[in-house]
Design a protein around this ligand. Structure first.
Ligand code: AHG
Ligand code: MN
Ligand code: MN
Length: 332
């Protein structure tokens, strides 16, 4: 029985870290416990529905989006090691403690469209070591270092149980919240995504707007399914955290491509793309924007969007073969 707290402290001692970074992870765990508590009571506490505001992404803010954002920002900005925060829900970066060594990026509540229906939602986070001088307010450059500069990334999934999965570049480790004890316990050490795709997860309502080569990939997927002894099944929740999590444990492809009119897609590079890509690579899987590894895509602005293809290497490589050549389906 190892708690998240014990796990973090042991690793910190092994690395002879100062404990700064461990304290940020602990605060994220605390936020996860509190949000789990609020989400379970949301319909009893009048916390469902829209707040009546639109966020920087042009999306309607749900009451719980607002609560998650406020809670995480308040908690983390009190942490002396946090130099600043960036959130999907906030237009600008939020400088916190000039003496802090790290910056934190957040998708406070992922899967907003599912909140009112009791379907799993999540929180996505990533942490970078600041590059601006200690003692000064953090700057946007601290948040725009690129995916390979992440020192940690993870998510909290509020589902049938509350799970916290994270990586610091030494594999992916998962914890389950025991609500009675108020503790996360290590339940998934060293997670590896199975190399075979069991599931595929994408919203095909804009399939006709996708690049023809990607439409051919989908045709190929269906063709393989007709002849395969183990056809892949469709599973799509509409909360990236939930979809990615299932695919991480079972083996599966998630994609959210761009369209001809909107080639950058929907998902956000910094708050959703990079953290999931870091986890995927650490779990032996791949994440790309359809052209290159997502972690190598340079960011230019904090709210940048990106197409996302994430899953077993074999399936991602196959998509690339389609996207980067004009090979007709029947010759593959
Ligand atoms: P968010 O709720 O943080 O804005 O993210 C929603 C995202 C992601 O969680 C999910 O994969 C995707 O939107 C679903 O989009 P569609 O409804 O277009 O399928
Ligand atoms: Mn999201
Ligand atoms: Mn969100």
């Amino acid at each position: 029985m190892t708690t998240l707290e014990q796990f973090i402290i042991t690793r910190q001692q092994e690395r002879e870290g100062s404990g700064a970074f461990s304290k940020i992870l602990r605060d994220l765990g605390l936020a996860g416990k509190l949000l789990s508590f609020y989400l379970r009571r949301a319909s009893l506490s009048g916390l469902l529905g829209e707040l009546g505001l639109t966020n920087i992404q042009g999306e309607s803010v749900q009451k719980l989006d607002h609560l998650a954002n406020t809670l995480l920002i308040r908690l983390l900005s009190q942490n002396p090691h946090v130099a600043g925060l960036a959130s999907e829900e906030e237009e600008h970066i939020l400088p916190a403690n000039p003496e802090g060594k790290y910056v934190v990026l957040l998708d406070p509540l992922d899967g907003s469209s599912n909140i009112d229906t009791g379907v799993p939602v999540g929180t996505i986070f990533s942490i970078y070591r600041r590059i601006s001088p200690l003692g000064t307010p953090c700057s946007e450059a601290d948040f725009l270092q690129g995916g390979r500069a992440q020192v940690a990334a993870g998510y909290i999934l509020y589902g049938t149980s509350t799970l916290l999965f994270y990586t610091t570049g030494e594999g992916v480790h998962g914890f389950t919240l025991e609500p009675a004890a108020g503790e996360f316990f290590l339940t998934y050490p060293h997670v590896e995504m199975p190399p075979k795709s069991t599931y595929y997860s994408f919203n095909d309502n804009q399939l006709h707007e996708w690049e023809p080569s990607l439409q051919r990939y989908v045709a190929d997927l269906h063709t393989r399914n007709r002849t395969s002894a183990k056809p892949q099944s469709l599973r799509y929740v509409g909360s990236l955290v939930a979809d990615f999590h299932r695919n991480l444990l079972k083996g599966g492809l998630f994609m959210y491509p761009g369209t001809v009119q909107k080639p950058e897609g929907k998902l956000r590079l910094l708050y959703e793309g990079y953290p999931m890509a870091f986890l995927a690579e650490q779990a032996g899987a791949k994440a790309t924007n359809g052209r290159q590894a997502l972690l190598d895509v340079p960011p230019s602005k904090i709210h940048q969007r990106t197409p996302l293809f994430i899953g077993p290497a074999e399936e991602i490589d196959r998509i690339h073969t389609f996207l980067n050549t004009n090979v007709p389906v029947e010759t593959l």
